[in-house]
Design a protein around this ligand. Structure first.
Ligand SMILES: [Zn+2]
Length: 304
């Protein structure tokens, strides 16, 4: 997805939001046309607030404002007027929902940009989060529990971590995908651009790209952290799967962008399936930390 297109459409959307919040106030004021006395006092209060703002030491204006405000409050009660509807209720007081402040994008717009991009890139997928109940899931395996804590800390510290890439190899049902999702959520919360995909879908995107069709390759190359779940479950397309995977890993490693991989295969099986070049890059100890999930009763070893 093009960054500028999304930003431009968000700027328009925010502009519209600012306008509609103001229109709501005008509509409400119009609906009060039967209460002329209220509207008159309301205008006087606004004018006095303005005067007091520019002539802060003038006691006369101040006293008048207090008196008029009391009068206004009484009329408000009498006609059951909703005060909150008299001023625009902006979500962001800094930019008043314009999305732009002093010619720069406001943080509220950038936050929305990040959310939309993440949603788009991950097809609105909802990721699991680190959560206290997880400990029950892993309670039979104290080694996994330890790893869970290590990875939770890794995600909290990211990007200030020694190795920015992670591998989770091992048996089905040991919670690899769950841990990956928790890490993804944490990184998204921290404002990083995350793409989470299965090896199966990734492979299909390779094929689309290979045949010149629209694909997500650009996102997969540029995002801060790419999560590839279930490596080894995808079919191997000749001249595509291995070649593109190799390129993707190469480019991302050169740019020091994270790749987090899970696979039910063990390293020797990965080697058989994908050649040495892929395995050696994936296991690059300088950049990558590898965890072997070897079943409920076996210990998890790290390659360190
Ligand atoms: Zn704002």
């Amino acid at each position: 997805m093009k960054k500028n297109e999304l930003l431009n459409s968000l700027v328009l959307e925010f502009k519209q939001k600012h306008i509609s919040k103001n229109l709501e106030v005008s509509d409400y004021l119009n609906s009060l046309s039967d209460y002329n006395d209220f509207l008159q006092v309301y205008k006087e209060v606004l004018a006095l607030q303005h005067q007091c703002f520019f002539d802060i030491k003038n006691k006369k204006f101040k006293d008048q404002l207090i008196a008029k405000t009391t009068e206004l409050e009484e009329l408000q009660k009498k006609y059951e007027i909703d005060v909150n509807k008299l001023t625009p209720q902006y979500d962001c007081p800094i930019c008043e929902d314009r999305g732009v402040v002093n010619g720069n994008y406001c943080d509220c717009l950038l936050k929305e940009f990040h959310n939309r991009k993440t949603q788009y890139e991950n097809e609105n997928y909802k990721f699991s989060r680190f959560n206290k109940n997880d400990k029950d899931f892993y309670k039979d395996n104290t080694e996994i529990l330890k790893v869970y804590d290590v990875l939770k800390k890794w995600a909290k510290l990211y990007p200030n971590v020694k190795q920015k890439n992670l591998n989770f190899f091992g048996d089905i049902g040991t919670g690899k995908t769950h841990i990956m999702e928790c890490i993804a959520s944490e990184l998204i919360d921290k404002g990083f651009e995350v793409c989470f995909t299965t090896a199966f879908n990734l492979n299909n995107e390779f094929k689309k790209y290979h045949f010149g069709n629209e694909s997500k390759m650009d996102d997969y190359l540029k995002c801060d952290a790419l999560f590839i779940d279930d490596l080894g479950t995808e079919p191997i397309f000749k001249n595509v799967t291995i070649e593109y995977l190799l390129n993707l890993i190469d480019i991302r490693q050169k740019e020091n962008k994270s790749i987090i991989v899970s696979s039910n295969l063990m390293p020797d099986e990965i080697q058989d399936r994908y050649e040495d070049r892929i395995l050696s890059r994936l296991l690059n100890k300088r950049m990558t930390e590898t965890y072997l999930f070897t079943g409920k009763d076996t210990r998890i070893k790290t390659t360190k």
